[in-house]
Design a protein around this ligand. Sequence first.
Ligand code: C2O
Ligand code: CU
Length: 451
Amino acid sequence: MASLPSAVHGAQTGEFRLVAAPARLPIVGKPHPDTDVWCYEGRVPGPEIRVRQGEPVRIIIENSLEQETTVHWHGIRLPIAMDGVPGLTQPPIMPDGSFTYEFTPPDAGTFWYHPHANSLQQLGRGMAGALIVEEPEAVPVDRDICWLLADWRLTSSAQVASGFGNAMEAAMSGRVGNTVTLNGAVTDDVPVRAGERIRLRLINGALARIMALRFEGHRPVAVAIDGQPCDPHEPEGGRLLLGPAMRIDVMLDLQGKPGRRYRVIDDFYDGLSYWLTQLAYDERPAIRTHPLDAPLSLPRNPVPEPDLATAERHVLRLQGGMMGGGAMMGMGGMQGMDHDASWAINGHSMTGDGHAGMAPHLTLQRGRSYVLTMRNETAWWHPMHLHGHSFRVVNRNGSSVPYRQWADTVLLPPKETADVAFVADNPGDWMLHCHVTDHQVSGMMTILRVA
Ligand code: C2O
Ligand code: CU
C-alpha cells in the first residue's frame, strides 16, 4: 500500500517551504531494499501542495543537493521570473542556496512541480510533486485524490540505474523505465467504497513513459486536461492517454461490487501491458445506488479565447531521431547543431535544460492570437509543452478536436500534426519543448518570445 503524501500545511497562509535533498525510501516495497532518491521534504513524490485559485502563493525552495536546481511550476500561467528555467528566467539555485517563488495562480486545476536543472537525473531520481489549485467553491464529489505516476529504471537491488542521457536512447523513445509508481510506491491496491464518486487527478510525472490507462469495469469521465476544464466526455475506447507531464482529471463513479478488485491497466506499449494498481472495494454496501446526482463539469478558468479568424499562423516542424531502420533522420545540414543534438525544431537544436542567451525562434505580439501548427516529421511520439500559457488544441491532422480541449502539453503521435491556438498574453521568453526529457535536452526545444 502506498503512503499517500499528505498536503503541506500552508493552505491557510499560502506559504510553503520545500527542502530538496537526497533520501532513502521504500519505492518498491518489501522484500526489496529501499531506494536512494533525490526529493523534496524527504518524500516521493514531494508534498502535495494545495492552494486556492486567485490567492497569492509563496514557496521557498532550499537546495540541499550537491548540485544546482530550480523548480518549474508546470502549467501555471505565472510571471516569467517565477518560471524556473535556469539561466533564462533565474539564476540556478546553488547548493545550500535558496529561492523564493511567488505567484498567484489564475487557474484552478491539476498542475505539478519539477526541477528544470539536470532534469534527466533530478526528475528521474524522484523530484516531482503535485500542485493543486482548488476552485473557490468545492466541486461536489465524495473524495478528491491525486495519483502522481512516475517511472523508474531500477536495478535488481532497487537502485536507480545509471546511464542517464544515453545518446542512442535519446534519439529513440527516451529513458523508459521498468517500475511504475503511484504516489511514490509500487501500489497493488487502492481502497475504495462502492457508490462513491471520486475526482481522480492523474499526473504523468515520468521522464519518457507514455501511459494509456483503462479502468476495468468502470467508465471514467474526463473533466479537465492539463488543469483546464473540458466538456465532460468518456475517452475513446475508455483509454486515458497521458504523455509525460500531461494531466487528466476524471470523475470516477465506483459502481463495482463490494469486496471485488478491478484492475487499472496501462497498455500503451504493444505487448508490454501491465496493471498499475487495482481498485479494491471494501465489503461495505454502496453508499448510494445510482451515481451521485451532481454536475460533472467544472467551472471554466479565465483563459483568454484566441480569435482563430485573425490569428497569425506559424509552423513548427519537429525533426530528427532514429528512423525505423536505425539511421538518423534528416539532421544533415541543419543549423545550430551540436554533437549532443538528436532532435530539432525547424532545423534548430537547443539542448540542455535552459541557459542564458537562448535566442527566441519567434517573437509574438502581446495580446495577439496565434495558431501554431506542430508537425511531427519523426518516427517517435512527442508531448510538446509550452511554458506560461495554456493553448486550445483546435485541430489534429486537419480534423477539429471535440470537447473544448485546452492543454499545456500536446501529445503528437509519429507523423501527425496538431494545431494549437492561444493568446500571447504573458510577456517573456517562454520555452517550448518536448517533455520526453531526453528529447528536450538533446535538441527538441525552442523559445517563443512574447514582446
Ligand atoms: Cu514541465 Cu519545461 O517543463
Ligand atoms: Cu519528444
